[in-house]
Design a protein. Sequence first.
Length: 276
Amino acid sequence: VLCIFDSDNRISFNTMSAAALVAPKTSSGMTMRRKVIVGASALLFTVALVAVVTSSGPQGTLLAGHFGDQARYPQDIYLYDDGGKHSQETTDDVAKFLKYHHLATNVHIFSSLASNVVRSIVWNPNNHVLVFPRGHEYPSFDPTTRTDLRAFVGRGNVMVFLGDYKNIDVINDLFDTHMHGLYAHGPYYRNDRTVRGTPFEYGWSHLQDLEPIGTVGINSQTFPLAGRSLYDTQGSSVAMYFKYGNGAVVFLGSGYTQWVNRRDGWVNALHAAVRM
């Protein structure tokens, strides 16, 4: 089967015997052999390009997956505010970081964990992300709310918890894990093995410790079986996730207060987390 270009550069496919490959020049001055070579080269180039774009390897992800990740930045994000003394300031900072470079994204702030409020949020078909920043008080969940939040993640959505030791306990409470906090001085390096295939794959090579408040880490030895560290040092993971059903639970060790610069790698990590 041969791929042939005519004088108008139109492509056609045909079958031909080997003898035709040595035919004399055509009226256009191009030998049949040259036509075949040019056509075959173009066909091979097209096949190779399609293979690269659809590849599941790193190069394919860069061409097809990376830009797809950018397109999947959520249109709506629900952000919890526990109403504590300094919570509003923290909530405002987190909302600002979530909207950085994504002004069309709507950040909806809610301040109640009552079952009717949570159910209206998690059953919203346009909502796929819940974010829990560092809080003033430990939140309490009634059985209905706990079940709804688990089901929300299990259906393929994501919950993101930000740098607070209380939030480690919240994760343990909601998802029956047994993780423990562990601090280690940064910087924290990207784990190129575990970030592959996630939005973190093209993140910063390392994240800095947040002085003077420090960064909250989780002891990687206490992860659930599905847990994966994304950024860590000395056994302390400051960015990790685990699959739960079809969704994911993500923890980031930054509190995202005014100490974080919006151009910092931590903001890049936050944007990756809500796209998990």
